[in-house]
Write a protein that binds this ligand. Sequence first.
Ligand SMILES: [Zn+2]
Length: 97
Amino acid sequence: MDRGEKKETMSQEQTFWSVECGSEDPQFLVCMSCLNEVFRCKVPMPDCPTCHGVSTYEAFTLESIRDWGTEELIAKADTASKFEETPAEPSLVEKEP
Ligand SMILES: [Zn+2]
């Protein structure tokens, strides 16, 4: 009867620390160890998913990342910035004709 206990969590969800970022502060946390991960206003915990470095993240502006980052890093930062701009709730109000 009650056999629904077995939950299979296929996706290994990444956990994040949220980082307080003011609108004028650098909001993009880049892993200085592998330079391959960037997140906006949050850092993965307990360590970097790519190089497993701890406390390797430093904050930069998107502009600065575009200046020195690899194409991949810039693309990720770009995605992160776009992701943040779209509202979290999927409740898009559809305009009726
Ligand atoms: Zn890393």
